[in-house]
Design a protein around this ligand. Structure first.
Ligand code: FDA
Ligand code: PPY
Ligand code: MN
Length: 492
């Protein structure tokens, strides 16, 4: 078995691309990495939808009129095309569409929308950019999809405090474009250009987590509209200190709550200086164990974790890069290719961020869909988790791509399967379950970054324990007593 490995001094990320038997091979994966990538390119099998609303037309008309009074006629839609776009994300989960989509323009309008929905006992599902990987935007009960993308202001930019407050329509690339001239950036980078509030809602991370952490470590404050319309600021209005010990950590209650506890209408984020020098590299290992061991050595050796992304002066970067080069060479890496120029590095990381679409391109077909696992294990257990997973794939002759945020112990297995084939569908379900069970046995988690959504809620009791899940349910009931906020997600 052959793997390729890509690593960056900046990102400390490893990609494993596994060989497999049907239409694709290493070369066409590389070719497809360079192909033009279109976002929202759902296979048509994922475009099927079901309508689950319990409304009759009269209720729907009243609801529409009341919401229209709040947001104004241009900001409400019942068109099927709009509803279809809002009942799905980028995951394999079947689309279920809302009855109405609203586009509020400010926090007050979100609050009024919530009041109308609570009054009429209608479900509400927050929608960011729809790039989620666990079915978070799927409208299980029809109801109202609340698209927050028209709230796109950067509200408070406190350059001297390395802090910025953004509304839900601001995406990570838009924010970084805004900050670039000042030498600052926000480093959490899921592959998609997701909304920053959506990233807070799913507790997203990306290629930079080893150095900068995930959304959990990078949100200072949130403005949240609760299901009854109450507006709160989790750390107090306008506050953006580096730290605080005041009260319970409400900010991190809402980070990762996936729209089940309220609407995040602004997020105050930590910013960082853009480092002077960055270097990236790609190389290959023959065995996954050697690649993981090399990463472990880098994490454990004299190159401090704080510098493992190799940010800093040119001289420091050169020294760090040479230490890592030596460690990787000792571990059996071959074919090192360094990329220091901006354009080379951008090409490399664009390819990494677009991997999902590159994988999808390898098996075209109307009924072909992808299912990606997202387990995360203690890094000491990563080799075992991955090698056992490879064995499973080999034993079942099932093609699957493995790629990972190795520095975090987080890896994805992506299966491309034919939804028309009962055998393939069942096998993919069985194997993805095995992958999660193995991770839990190794004291890992069923999801490192994509969220619980639909697909992972069945593992929550086993992972968090029955008493913790019972407490989560009590919190949910307290904040959303009628169960109207994004029903059917997160909690079993
Ligand atoms: C190609 C590609 C690559 C990646 C990823 C996706 C894709 C398509 N992702 C997953 C994805 O980008 C991530 O989950 C985003 O945080 C979702 O942000 P959206 O704004 O698109 O939320 P989206 O609209 O998809 O909603 C996701 C969930 O959050 C809720 N929500 C959204 N906005 C909200 C708000 N303002 N208030 C309350 N709830 C809200 C929704 O209700 C839903 O439950 C990822 N992830 C990752 O962690 N690491 C990665 O490397 C990648 N890579
Ligand atoms: O790119 C990533 O790291 C992601 O989380 C998205 C993803 C998941 C599975 C396969 C490809 C991309
Ligand atoms: Mn990932």
């Amino acid at each position: 078995m052959r793997f390729s490995f890509s690593w960056s001094t900046r990102h400390q990320q490893v990609i494993f691309k596994q060989r497999f038997n049907f239409s694709s091979n290493f070369n066409n994966l590389n070719r497809s990495l360079n192909a033009h990538i279109k976002p929202f390119s759902l296979p048509s099998s994922q475009r099927s939808f079901s309508k689950t609303s319990s409304f009759n037309n009269i209720d729907l008309q009243i609801l529409k009129e009341r919401l229209c009074e709040v947001v104004g006629p241009p900001n409400i839609s019942t068109a099927e095309s709009t509803r279809l776009q809002h009942g799905k994300d980028e995951s394999h989960h079947r689309a279920q569409i809302p009855d109405i989509v609203v586009f509020p323009s400010n926090t007050q309008e979100v609050s009024e929308v919530a009041k109308v929905c609570t009054d009429m006992k209608v479900t509400m599902v927050p929608f960011g950019t729809g790039t989620g990987m666990e079915g978070g935007c799927v409208c299980t009960h029809g109801g109202v999809s609340v698209d927050l993308s028209r709230m796109a202001e950067i509200r408070e930019y406190q350059q001297a405090d390395f802090s910025v407050c953004v509304e839900p329509g601001v995406t990570r690339l838009a924010l970084n474009e805004y900050l670039r001239g000042d030498g600052l950036w926000f480093p959490v980078d899921p592959g998609a250009d997701a909304s920053l509030c959506g990233m807070a809602a799913t507790s997203a991370s990306g290629t930079n987590a080893v150095r900068y952490g995930t959304m959990r470590e990078n949100v200072r404050n949130l403005e949240v509209v609760l299901s009854d319309g109450t507006i709160i600021h989790t750390a107090g209005q306008g506050r953006h200190t580096v730290k605080s010990s005041a009260g319970y950590n409400l900010t991190n209650l809402f980070v990762g709550s996936e729209g089940t506890l309220g609407f995040i209408t602004s997020a105050t984020l930590k910013l960082y200086g853009i480092p002077d020098t960055m270097t990236s590299a790609v190389c290959q290992f023959d065995e996954v164990e050697r690649a993981v061991t090399a990463v472990l050595h880098v994490l454990q050796c004299g190159v401090a974790v704080a510098r493992i992304e190799f940010h800093g002066s040119e001289k420091q970067t050169e020294e760090d890069a040479s230490v890592v080069g030596d460690i990787f060479a000792d571990a059996g890496a071959s074919g090192f290719q360094w990329a220091s120029s901006l354009s080379e590095r951008n090409r490399l990381w664009k390819a990494r961020h677009d991997t999902l679409y590159a994988i999808l391109a390898t098996r075209p077909g109307p009924q072909i869909t992808q299912l990606s696992t997202d387990v995360c294990v203690p890094i000491s257990q990563l080799t075992k988790a991955i090698t056992d997973t490879e064995k499973d794939l080999e034993d079942h002759k099932l093609p699957g791509y493995i790629l990972g945020h190795v520095g975090d112990g987080n890896y994805h297995v992506t299966f491309l399967y034919d939804t028309g084939s009962e055998t393939e569908t069942q096998l993919v379900g069985k194997l993805s379950e095995r992958i999660v069970e193995r991770a839990l046995e190794l004291n890992g988690t069923c999801t490192g970054e994509h969220g619980t959504g639909f697909g992972k809620k069945k593992y929550l009791v086993r992972e968090a324990g029955p008493d913790s899940v019972s407490l989560m349910k009590q919190i949910k009931h307290l904040l959303d007593p009628h169960g109207l906020m994004n029903p059917g997600k997160v909690l079993p």
